[in-house]
Design a protein around this ligand. Structure first.
Ligand code: ACO
Length: 324
């Protein structure tokens, strides 16, 4: 059977205008700009105003990615949205987005793997393209994390923000190893750690949306170990060394996690794309947001070898390796 390779044809992202600074948060809970910066690297985060939903953010990012690819929504036959903060229990943000873009072919749905959501969604779309089930996909990470935060809990509310990022993938003949496209994805999870990072509500338990709860220092320890493992595994499977990879685009949770992983794998910090200072943790949106930033500012160029990775609630974790 013919195998196709999914190439990143376009990328886009969107952040709501409203910026919430560390100083403003310091007037809401007992914290300080210096504590937040020293422990997390975060300076500010963007917050969606009342009435603006995850689908609104997803739409803006998807339109920018389609423009960048020079592809019309009519040609899209797959939409996969990674989100933990959907507009509704159903229908999915994917189908809402499909209607807004005027896409009528193929399938649209959501994937829920919290902060690893974009890597999971990319993997699903890559596999569907490889099997010829779709030719042109939009993969989106979009979140309104501000809606599930307890704004009286200083241990969590300082960490998260809202935003969206999107990639357009097109199926190409598989070509050789050096041709552009997704070279591999690696997904993991371990449900035993659910209590370390979870939301304390849902439709079939409490009948409420719930709020995010986290034992941050324990999540931190698992993050560095599991992320490093997923990076070495995916590189090994693709037959490349960590040194050969041009750019690392991590999930943006905490600058200290980014530095811890870089140290563990002897990666020069200038190869690690970091946007956490400006966005905070935007969960599933953070990888495409950071990737787009580095494409826009000229760091990531066509032909570069890029490794994306993430860890999130569940736990879920994973990585994707792409020749951009
Ligand atoms: N301001 C001031 N003090 C605070 C704050 C705050 N915002 N938050 C916690 N503290 C206090 C605690 O109450 C504690 O005080 P105590 O010693 O009097 O009890 C002290 O700071 C130390 O708390 P720790 O939790 O041990 O602090 P730590 O250095 O681990 O930093 C942090 C906390 C930033 C949450 C860190 O653990 C972290 O980033 N963990 C990873 C979280 C993460 O990556 N989550 C995302 C991955 S998955 C996802 O994105 C969904």
């Amino acid at each position: 059977m013919t195998e196709f390779k999914a190439r990143i044809a376009g990328i886009g992202s969107y952040l709501p205008e409203r910026i919430l600074t560390n100083e403003e948060i310091s007037s809401m809970v007992d914290t300080s700009d210096s504590w937040i910066r020293e422990r997390t690297g975060i300076r500010q985060r963007h917050i969606a105003p009342d009435g603006v939903t995850t689908a609104d953010l997803a739409e803006q990012a998807a339109r920018r990615a389609l423009d960048d690819a020079g592809i019309s929504a009519e040609d899209v036959d797959l939409i996969v949205v990674a989100t933990t903060t959907p507009d509704f229990t159903f229908p999915s943000v994917g189908t809402l987005l499909q209607a807004r873009l005027g896409a009528t072919q193929g399938a649209a749905f959501d994937v829920q793997a919290v902060c690893t959501g974009f890597v999971y969604a990319l993997s699903v779309a890559d596999n569907m393209i490889a099997r010829g089930q779709a030719k042109t996909a939009i993969v989106v990470g979009a979140e309104t994390m501000s809606r599930i935060l307890d704004w009286t809990d200083r241990t969590t509310c300082v960490l998260f923000g809202d935003g969206a990022g999107a990639m357009v993938l097109t199926g190409q003949d598989a070509g050789d190893e050096a041709s552009p496209g997704i070279m591999g994805t690696y997904l993991r999870s371990d449900g035993r750690f659910k209590d370390l990072l979870h939301v304390d509500g849902g439709p079939s338990s409490t009948g409420t949306v719930g709020q995010l709860r986290m034992i941050g220092n324990q999540v931190f320890r698992h993050a560095v170990t599991n992320i490093a493992e997923s990076m070495t595994t995916i590189a090994g499977r693709a037959g490349v060394t960590i040194e050969e990879i041009d750019w690392f685009v991590p999930h943006q949770a905490n600058q200290r996690i980014l530095e811890g992983v870089a140290r563990k794998l002897s990666i020069p910090t200038e190869k690690v794309i970091s946007t956490v200072a400006d966005h905070g943790n935007t969960s599933a949106a953070s990888v495409p947001l950071a990737f787009d930033r580095a494409v826009q500012d000229g760091r990531i160029k066509r032909g570069d070898l890029v490794l994306m990775e993430a860890l999130g609630g569940g736990f879920t974790w994973g990585a994707a390796l792409v020749r951009y």
